[in-house]
Design a protein around this ligand. Structure first.
Ligand code: HEC
Length: 138
């Protein structure tokens, strides 16, 4: 093999390897985290999981704080997206809690750290109850 051909095939192998690793890392990252939530967020447990009273309280809070942007039926309005999308529905309760707490200020999603913690969990419980009712985007 001429040296130039050998170094070319070496380079190809390196490029293929790098591309494979990049693809694997981005796939794992997408699967593991909702909106780049840290792993510690995913581990937080919803203290009200499946609790109908908390979902009802969360529904009221959603109406007061979220519906003006995300719509009464989570359908999205104006620049705010629908919450009925696969990423949000697959997000872990702790990741939703984390995202609601921090918001994404540059993109127009406010931080709700000012709402007491139990109220933020109630909103998460409400959202999950809607997802469990089978609301689907299709
Ligand atoms: C002032 C308008 C506004 C209000 C009020 C608001 N949001 Fe948002 N929200 C946004 C926008 C805009 C985005 C999209 C941000 C982006 O694209 O990064 C967003 C994104 C989200 C997302 C992520 C959706 C996704 O697919 O990534 C969730 C979950 C969410 N909001 C929940 C809530 C909840 C719960 C409340 C009430 C406590 C709320 N939002 C109140 C504007 C709002």
């Amino acid at each position: 093999m001429r040296p130039s051909a050998r170094s070319l095939s070496c380079l190809t192998m390196v490029l293929v390897a790098v591309a494979t690793v990049c693809l694997a890392v981005s796939t794992v990252a997408q699967e593991l985290s909702f909106r780049n939530a840290p792993a510690s967020a995913a581990q937080m447990k919803n203290p009200y999981e499946g609790h109908a009273g908390a979902a009802a309280a969360g529904k009221k809070l959603y109406g007061q704080n979220c519906a003006q942007c995300h719509g009464n039926n989570l359908q999205g309005m104006g620049p705010a997206p629908t919450l009925i999308n696969p990423a949000t529905q697959k997000a872990k309760a702790g990741e939703l809690f984390w995202f609601i707490t921090n918001g994404d200020l540059n993109k127009g999603m406010p931080s709700w750290a000012g709402l007491p913690k139990p109220q933020r969990w109630q909103i998460v419980t409400f959202l999950e109850s809607k997802f469990n009712e089978g609301i689907r985007l299709q």
